[in-house]
Design a protein around this ligand. Structure first.
Ligand code: 13P
Ligand code: ZN
Length: 261
């Protein structure tokens, strides 16, 4: 999947990150392994009393994650995952983690958003175990216009471009206003957007954040959305505003596929 991100042109330099909750694959032998780092804070210290996150992530106790390393490149990670990412385990205090891996690769700078979202998903009993942040060109371009930042404006346009987008990104595209990358505020706003019932949310003028059962499914949702954005742009490039499928055609799809919205 990291290789696909590079091929798509969505992963310039170290752009984007992935985390996967791998706790279900951890056995006693792994649990007995010594850490290769000192305990490190998850960095939720900026969270306020009214925060949606809190100072700890209680549902992540003893959970294990594969994380892309901060500053590491997706194209390198695709070839050598353990040299460009690492496994971390959350300590019983739910506020710190330690690295248990081949090399002490520091996890992504977006760890607050990723882990806060994983905590939220587990609290809800969700089967989702993977989260992806990437920089898809056409979707990011949309967020440079106020028109597409309105709630569900982009969702309806993208859904109407091709039936597959309606069917395979059935919750649409949430919007998170621009915030400082890697900040706790961004993590909180991401959870709020996912809680409005989206699997994919846009970070304005930055990228997408997607959650799914596994990392390939997360990629697929972003891929069908970005394909729709490309079709829109292709039509505009041919000099016309695309008609889009009608509401009745999209409702027919929702009924046929039993879609959630
Ligand atoms: P990292 O290299 O720390 O994962 O950051 C990449 C990125 O896209 C930040 O938003
Ligand atoms: Zn980014």
């Amino acid at each position: 999947m990291a290789g696909y991100l590079w091929q798509k042109g969505w992963a310039e330099r170290n752009g984007g990150n992935i985390t996967v909750n791998v706790t279900a694959f951890v056995d006693d032998e792994m649990r007995a392994l010594p850490p290769i780092s000192e305990p490190r804070p998850i960095a939720l210290s900026g969270s306020s009393a009214s925060s949606a996150i809190g100072k700890t992530l209680p549902h992540l106790k003893d959970a294990w994650f594969y994380c892309k390393g901060t500053g590491r490149r997706m194209r390198d990670l695709a070839r050598d995952p353990m040299a460009n990412g690492s496994l971390i385990r959350i300590l019983p205090d739910c506020a710190r983690y330690e690295i248990v891996a081949d090399a002490p690769v520091a996890p992504t700078s977006e760890l607050p958003s990723h882990l806060a979202v994983h905590d939220y998903l587990l609290a809800k009993g969700s089967p989702y175990r993977a989260s992806l942040h990437t920089h898809p060109i056409e979707l990011v371009a949309l967020t440079h216009s106020r028109k597409w930042l309105e709630k569900d404006a982009a969702t309806h346009m993208l859904w109407s471009m091709i039936p597959e987008t309606r069917a395979f990104c059935p919750r649409g595209l949430g919007m998170v206003p621009y915030m400082m990358p890697s900040s706790v505020e961004l993590a909180e706003a991401t959870i709020r957007a996912i809680d409005e019932d989206y699997d994919v949310v846009m970070w304005e003028k930055h990228g997408v954040f997607a959650v799914e059962t596994d990392i390939m499914n997360a990629f697929d949702q972003v891929d069908v959305l970005n394909k729709a954005a490309q079709i829109y742009i292709a039509a505009r490039g041919m000099g016309f505003e695309p008609d889009g499928m009608t509401d009745a055609q999209m409702r027919e799809l929702a009924d046929a596929f039993g879609l959630p919205k």
